[in-house]
Write a protein that binds this ligand. Structure first.
Ligand SMILES: *Cc1c(COP(=O)(O)O)cnc(C)c1O
Length: 394
């Protein structure tokens, strides 16, 4: 290519809202009922149905979902909760907000999630009362083995499934058999609504409690108080927060949901295409694939290692100048000022795999609206920069 000429623009992310959603929004606006109501109830049923989960509770975000699921465990204040350090900061803030103590786990170099041996070692030391498991990038994690390693029943495992939607493990969709699996509908996630989240659960009693907790602990939400024949009375029997989902979000979500299976197939196709092209580039390590299960392909994150001639940061800059957006998932939580101050330097000091891997990870564009030739362009740039040793162009 010609030096300095941007031949193409491949943004890191894109959020597409299908045409049916625009129409659905109009009818919700016209109905006059904008907050949690009939659209939310229908979305919950359809979302649970898609996963084969007994129930789903829609909430304002995945972060709120994790907090609600942890609060509903009714653990003593300050109880230790295991969490990967290579995760989204909000997922660890949720542990803090629920009054519990995050205990950070180092990364499994092979899967970029956490491995049972690490969990067992840390659990032996801190006696955790719960654990948050994250399906990193969409790699589906088997919950029973990790729960066992932590010495916890599976009911004490809260799944952060923000990356897991569409994945499957041991023949079952992520979230189908979980006591609490938390999903995100943030703009870049696999089911984009803009904002929003949901908890799927096998426990109908818990679903009822979560429906109260998302609405200040009120025993009846406004829809149930104001529809014909209903009473205005309500009790507040449990703690709660403001974390409800609106019918406007539900209308978008219901329209998007029908497209999810096709979007997931497209993500898998693009991941295969990336794999084929990048497997020929020395030093570019491909994302891990599960031996038993279906990857959700939320991210396509490679690792940039020797002998690739550029560092991850230099490659990200060079790709940017060639029109390709990238991102990093994640800066490990223990590297942030706030968590270092909160948890102390001991808890944040000995997480060597996460520290090393975090310098290598680079998320490439991956979304259903990316074309095959976009992927080819990205891979050509990475191969070209690899050959040139970063000495040309840009
Ligand atoms: C996006 C994300 C969240 C938070 O989701 P929100 O819906 O924005 O609260 C939590 N965990 C992980 C791993 C995420 O990527």
């Amino acid at each position: 290519m010609t030096a300095g000429v941007r031949t193409r623009s491949v943004p890191y992310a894109r959020c597409h809202v299908v045409a049916e959603a625009h129409e659905a929004i109009e009818s919700v606006l016209a109905s006059g009922w904008l907050t949690t109501g009939p659209q939310t109830l229908a979305f919950e049923d359809e979302f649970a149905g898609l996963l084969g989960a007994p129930a789903a509770v829609a909430v304002s975000s995945c972060t709120a979902a994790i907090e609600l699921a942890l609060r509903a465990l009714r653990l003593p204040p300050g109880a230790p909760v295991l969490t990967p350090t290579l995760t989204f900061c909000g997922a660890v803030q949720a542990i803090v907000h629920s009054g519990l103590q995050p205990v950070l786990l180092d990364t499994d170099e092979r899967t970029l999630t956490v491995d049972p041996a690490t969990v067992a070692t840390v659990a032996g030391r801190v006696r955790p009362q719960a654990m948050v498991v994250q399906h990193m990038g969409g790699y589906p994690v088997a919950i029973p083995a990790l729960a066992d390693a932590a010495g916890l029943p599976t009911g004490r495992v809260v799944e952060d499934a923000a990356h897991g939607l569409g994945g499957a493990v041991a023949g079952r969709p992520v979230g189908a058999d979980s006591v609490a699996a938390c999903f995100s509908f943030y703009a870049t996630k696999n089911l984009p609504i803009g904002e929003g989240g949901a908890i799927t659960t096998t426990d109908p009693g818990l679903a009822g409690v979560l429906r109260e907790m998302r609405q200040h602990g009120m025993s009846r939400d406004a829809w149930r108080r104001y529809h014909p024949g209903a009473s205005w009375r309500y009790d507040v029997a449990v703690d709660g927060m403001k974390a409800n989902f609106t019918d406007l979000q539900a209308a978008i979500g219901r329209a998007q949901l029908g497209h999810l299976p096709a979007w997931q197939r497209r993500r898998a196709h693009l991941a295969d295409r990336y794999d084929r092209a990048l497997s020929a580039v020395p030093g570019v390590l491909l994302p891990p694939r599960p031996a038993d299960g279906r990857h959700a392909w939320h991210l396509y994150a490679v690792r940039i290692t020797a002998p690739y001639p550029l560092t991850r940061d230099a490659l990200a800059d060079a790709l940017k100048s060639r029109g390709v957006g990238t991102s990093v998932h994640f800066i490990p939580v223990h590297q942030f000022t706030y968590f270092r101050a909160l948890l102390g330097s001991d808890a944040c000091g000995n997480l060597p795999v996460a520290d090393r891997v975090a310098e290598q990870l680079l998320s490439l564009p991956l979304h259903p609206w990316l074309t095959d030739s976009d992927v080819d362009y990205v891979c050509d740039q990475i191969a070209d920069l690899g050959r040139a040793g970063g000495a040309t162009c840009a």
